[in-house]
Design a protein around this ligand. Structure first.
Ligand code: ADP
Ligand code: MG
Length: 442
């Protein structure tokens, strides 16, 4: 069990009672933030006391302020090119958003944060460093480039934050993170946040944190359960049309796809049927990603079509609906993607599109999610078409090829004629009917 569960019965302390400086409490109040979320209530006092903190909490649980508040409290003015605070983040979007969230807090103490990421020229970043910034929020690759060019030194860093450590590990950034940490002084304070703390992340904790206090907040089952979850049967070729219809009914949606090509294709398909959509994935330039994000935030596009990596850590509030256009590869990814909606007490809708080819994977996914999932249309797995050896059992490990091979991307039509009506015809056939039906048929 975790040190503090989301929704536990202990009274929630105020930021003030946790020891947060009054000017920071005021800055938070100006953004309508007055009550700490569980991971914040758990970690802020320890971090303010100077302890190393290792925080495990799911996406959307408020980890950014859990480190931004202590960081802004501890900071002192830095000399040019020698920041006292360093935040490492895996993606450009995340670095930009952390800097944005940190800035008003630092501004309340007359200090500055700046994001550093690749894909843009060095000019602006060099200029910021020369002028002097107090907290560098950086992607590891660009930070190493800047270090190599002699644009900054890390010898005065007093507080380091490693955010989304599990994603850093997934993306192969941990060697760079270690090299960077090795350039800071040993007596620094190190805060590490992650949705998981095993494997390589655990090694990082053991080698780079001093006697850390661990705080874990479980997946906010309340938030996840507050959302309406629906598995929707549809032929692969009809997914874009159904998606458009769903977005028409629910409003701003994040649409998750598996590949970069898929993101481009689906955004175009949605545009063609009258839903304004923008794609966000790793092959798009920084300027393109930023345009897509702000168009979505400003309501200029109704759908943000994203790959998992590109969407990681992006903060967009008020997402009415999350659509799994391609099924997620495992339950962890389902939870991460779905965490874009029903945040901070709101409700939301999560819809997974299930093609005949992915019914088995969907049944397996449903078994590993303890959620009440409505079924729309026929989701019973088709009998195996091939020898069992070539078709992994649905109970196979999450992330095994049973999901990846079945997303129907390479096949324009199912191998056999579909045995169910089109989605439009079967939709809204008794919500909740057989919420376990698909999962139990063999
Ligand atoms: P994580 O990093 O854990 O994925 P974020 O830090 O991005 O989560 O926070 C998710 C959302 O919750 C953001 O929109 C943020 O502004 C909001 N939020 C964070 N803390 C609070 C709070 N104490 N009260 C209300 N909203 C909050
Ligand atoms: Mg985060």
């Amino acid at each position: 069990m975790s040190s503090l569960l989301a929704g536990s019965h202990a009274p929630t302390p105020t930021f003030d009672a946790l020891g947060v400086l009054p000017e920071l409490v005021d800055a938070l109040a100006r953004r309508d933030i007055s009550t700490p979320l569980p991971i914040q209530a758990a970690t802020i006092a320890d971090a303010l006391a100077g302890r190393d903190v290792c925080g495990k909490a799911p996406t959307g649980s408020g980890k950014t302020l859990a480190f931004a508040i202590p960081l802004a409290s501890a900071m002192r003015r830095s000399e040019p090119r020698r920041p006292r605070g360093l935040v490492l983040a895996p993606t450009r979007e995340l670095a930009a958003q952390i800097a944005e969230e940190l800035s008003p807090l630092l501004a309340a103490r007359k200090m500055r944060a700046h994001p550093f990421y690749g894909g843009v020229g060095f000019g602006g970043q060099q200029h910021a460093l020369r002028k002097g910034i107090d907290v560098a929020v950086a992607c590891p690759g660009r930070l190493e480039d800047l270090l190599e060019r002699g644009e900054l030194r890390l010898d005065q860093v007093e507080v380091v934050v490693v955010d989304e450590a599990d994603r850093m590990a997934d993306m192969g950034f941990l060697p760079a993170v270690r090299r960077i940490l090795d350039k800071t002084v040993n007596r620094r304070q190190t805060l590490l946040f992650s949705a998981t703390l095993d494997g390589e992340v655990d090694v990082l904790v053991r080698n780079y944190q001093h006697d850390p206090v661990r705080h874990e907040v479980e997946v906010d089952q309340d938030a996840l359960a507050r959302a309406t979850h629906r598995f929707h049967a549809v032929d692969a070729a009809d997914r874009a049309a159904l998606c458009a219809e769903l977005i028409g009914g629910t409003g701003a949606s994040v649409v998750f796809v598996r590949t970069k090509h898929g993101a481009e294709r689906v955004a175009k398909q949605l545009d063609r049927v009258g839903v304004r959509a923008a794609a966000i994935h790793g092959d798009r330039s920084q300027a393109q990603r930023e345009r897509a994000l702000s168009a979505f935030r400003d309501g200029k596009v109704q759908a943000l079509v994203a790959t998992d990596v590109a969407a990681r850590g992006i903060h967009v509030d008020d997402v009415a609906c999350v659509i799994h256009f391609d099924l997620p590869e495992d339950s962890k990814t389902y939870v991460h993607r779905s965490g874009r909606t029903a945040r901070a007490g709101a409700s939301g809708t999560v819809i997974a599109l299930v093609t005949p080819e992915t019914r088995r994977a969907a049944a397996s996914l449903q078994r590993s999610l303890s959620l009440d999932i409505e079924h729309v249309g026929d989701l019973a797995p088709l009998p195996a078409e091939r020898p069992a050896a070539r078709r992994p059992r649905p109970g196979g490990r999450p992330g095994s090829s049973s999901v990846a091979e079945g997303d129907g991307r390479r096949r324009n039509r199912p191998a056999r004629p579909p045995q169910h009506k089109t989605a439009a015809a079967t939709r809204r056939q008794g919500p909740r009917a057989g919420s376990r039906g698909g999962a139990t048929s063999r």
